[in-house]
Design a protein around this ligand. Sequence first.
Ligand SMILES: [Zn+2]
Ligand SMILES: [Zn+2]
Length: 316
Amino acid sequence: MLHGPRDLRFETTPSPQPRPGDVLVRVAMAGLCGTDYGIWTGDRPVGYPRVLGHEFVGHVEAIGPGVHRVGVGDRVVIEPNYSCGACPLCREGHRNLCLARTAIGIDVDGCFAEIVRVPERCCWPAPAAVADEELLMTEPLAVVVRAVARAAARDGESVAVVGGGTLGLLALQVLVGAGARVLVVSRTARRFALARELGAAATHTPADGPLDAAGRAFSGREGVGVVVETAGTQDAVAHALQLVRPGGRVVLTGLPHEPTPVAFFSVVRREVTIVGSMIYQDEFPEAMRLIAAGIVFAAHAQPDAIKVAVRTTSSR
Ligand SMILES: [Zn+2]
Ligand SMILES: [Zn+2]
């Protein structure tokens, strides 16, 4: 239970009760991500006290009246964002942009607990043959499935991924799975061996040389056709714009919380398309399919190098 910045306490509270349309999930495994870290440090304030955590796999413990999609005992993957379903944005099919969207572990209590209450529509039945630690990648993977779709890379186009964290390495795998040749750019070379193992054709850090030259060398022309930015820092946005060629596209998935200067001269002069990509709304099934099909090697070689997870002792 987070009571304020860096004030995390173990507490015992009564179990939530399932209301109509709700499901109680007993958490089997929960992932940590940069969002949780930002909430813990106080960079991203939430209403206190709050139970953090939004990436999780578990079993249905109880269901409220009117729940049909899952039953008690089912193993489920949780989609931790839900929209109001009634506003113009939701009705137009932009549920991920709903201004009344609720984020589990941020707006309401999350999964760093034994039991979590979630709406039925957040529960996706887990494919039986896939392990919890692999399914834990569904949520971040759904983010990059959407981003890669919004990038709309054409056959033969060179692609750069900016950021070597969880999202960057997942984006790399989705793009490689779709047949793209991918350059991974990161602040440090720390994850480059893993990136190569996961299919990166080349890697680059700013210390290796200017980004625009790296984009030209990798693409064999004026720069890469598509950049998928996953780091959410002002440097990452700048790097993305340096890598892309005139007429190319930059998809931003990171959320830079600091002011981010953008060289709009070069955006206009080179007619670069900048596209935002906000979490997901229909991408969970595709993310689970990619994991089940082994396109994304979530547990490959060194899973702890990609994602930190917590397994609860109370899980079955
Ligand atoms: Zn996350
Ligand atoms: Zn809405």
